[in-house]
Design a protein around this ligand. Structure first.
Ligand SMILES: NC(=O)c1ccc[n+]([C@@H]2O[C@H](COP(=O)([O-])OP(=O)(O)OC[C@H]3O[C@@H](n4cnc5c(N)ncnc54)[C@H](O)[C@@H]3O)[C@@H](O)[C@H]2O)c1
Length: 333
């Protein structure tokens, strides 16, 4: 099948390699001609260094390429999803499956990214969400990985499962798009916080506390928005939270480490040099939580540090001195 991968960061490139390996005709779209020229000339993407791009892979900066694609994979940063989907609309054939692999919530609208794509393509294409514990650096090196393909219609999710799955990349299907996307966006906020813990010199106990309570509040919001509780204990939920909070591949965690060490936020973001989705997601989590009437003390603390200049030690003290609770009651009510 001809597939266009829209977005040539580390993730789009790793998935383009996987789709090529599965026997597809793959075009990798970059948003500038300059980027396309670099990929073509060097046979390597600096966002996925050390991984050779085979000569069978095609490179393009023309979105008209999606016109004769059997499927389109979107992997731009979240801030570019709307504009890119809007530009794709005139070319894409109705019914073409769009796989959304970006992780985030749209700034200002606080929409999930599949909703943004559906809006911009006029609802004429089914949108499937691909998410789970999957660092591009490892998928690009063919390390065994497992993810979830979530769609409203399970038969469409199965088609995406068939497209991506192979001996080193397992794909499970799900019909919970809401839960899957909330997990994908919010785990980055918790990963920033986990990095802060590491940067401040807190221990494993602190990180386990943060991850567990972080998951509880992610699930609280996701369920309030219509997601399924079980999704939060699955690959897109707990799986992705573990990998993002514990790995040095995670730019959200690395950014948090710098903040925890005392680096000013703009400098920390700049030093990472790639999109830090948790920074944007922290603002959206707060908006969504307020709208849904759900308490999210950790996301609120992240917001205060990232946007209101609060000191990380101060918010840790606040979190540790919250009123006494019952663990299970606070998790789901
Ligand atoms: N890297 C991973 O391991 C990974 C895994 C799963 C999901 N994701 C998600 O995939 C998305 C992309 O992440 P990434 O790691 O590939 O990013 P990246 O930081 O490696 O690259 C971002 C790319 O976006 C391009 N870009 C910048 N502005 C753009 C625009 N206006 N339109 C289109 N493209 C633009 C840049 O040229 C760059 O190539 C993010 O939402 C991320 O959360 C990443």
């Amino acid at each position: 099948m001809k597939i266009t991968v829209v977005g040539s960061g580390g993730w789009g490139t790793a998935l383009a390699l996987l789709l090529l390996e599965n026997g597809n005709d793959v075009a990798l779209w970059s948003h500038t001609q300059e980027k396309t020229d670099i990929l073509r000339a060097t046979g390597e993407n600096p966002m996925l260094s050390g991984v050779a791009l085979p000569k069978e892979m095609r490179f393009t900066s023309d979105l008209a390429d999606v016109a004769d694609s059997g499927a389109v994979l979107m992997a731009t940063p979240s801030y570019a999803v709307r504009e890119t989907a809007r530009r794709m609309k005139e070319f894409i054939r109705p019914g073409t499956i769009i796989v959304s692999a970006s992780k985030g919530i749209e700034k200002d609208s606080s929409l999930r990214l599949s909703q943004v794509i559906e809006e911009e393509t006029g609802g004429k294409c089914p949108v499937v969400v691909l998410s789970g514990p999957s660092h591009a650096e490892e998928v690009g090196r063919r390390i065994p990985t497992g993810v979830v393909a979530a769609a409203d219609d399970l038969t469409i999710a199965q088609q995406v499962q068939d497209l991506f799955m192979n001996q080193r990349f397992r794909v499970y299907t799900s019909d919970d798009k809401v839960g899957t996307e909330i997990c994908a966006a919010l785990k980055n906020v918790i990963a920033l916080c986990a990095g802060c813990c590491d940067g401040m010199g807190c221990g494993d106990n602190t990180k386990a506390l943060l991850m567990t309570r972080g998951m509880a509040e992610m699930a609280r919001l996701g369920v309030a928005l219509g997601g399924r509780k079980e999704t939060f204990t699955g690959l897109a939920g707990m799986g992705d939270l573990i990998v993002t909070c514990c790995s040095m591949h995670s730019r959200n965690r690395r950014c948090g480490i710098l903040i925890g060490q005392g680096k000013p936020i703009p400098e920390a973001l700049e030093e990472i040099g790639a999109v830090v989705e948790g920074y944007y997601a922290a603002a959206n989590a707060r908006t969504l939580a307020q709208r849904a009437g759900v308490e999210m003390p950790i996301a609120q603390a992240a917001y205060e540090v990232l946007y209101q200049g609060r000191d990380v030690r101060g918010v840790v003290d606040d979190l540790m001195s919250r009123a006494k609770r019952s663990e299970l009651e606070e998790s789901w009510s």
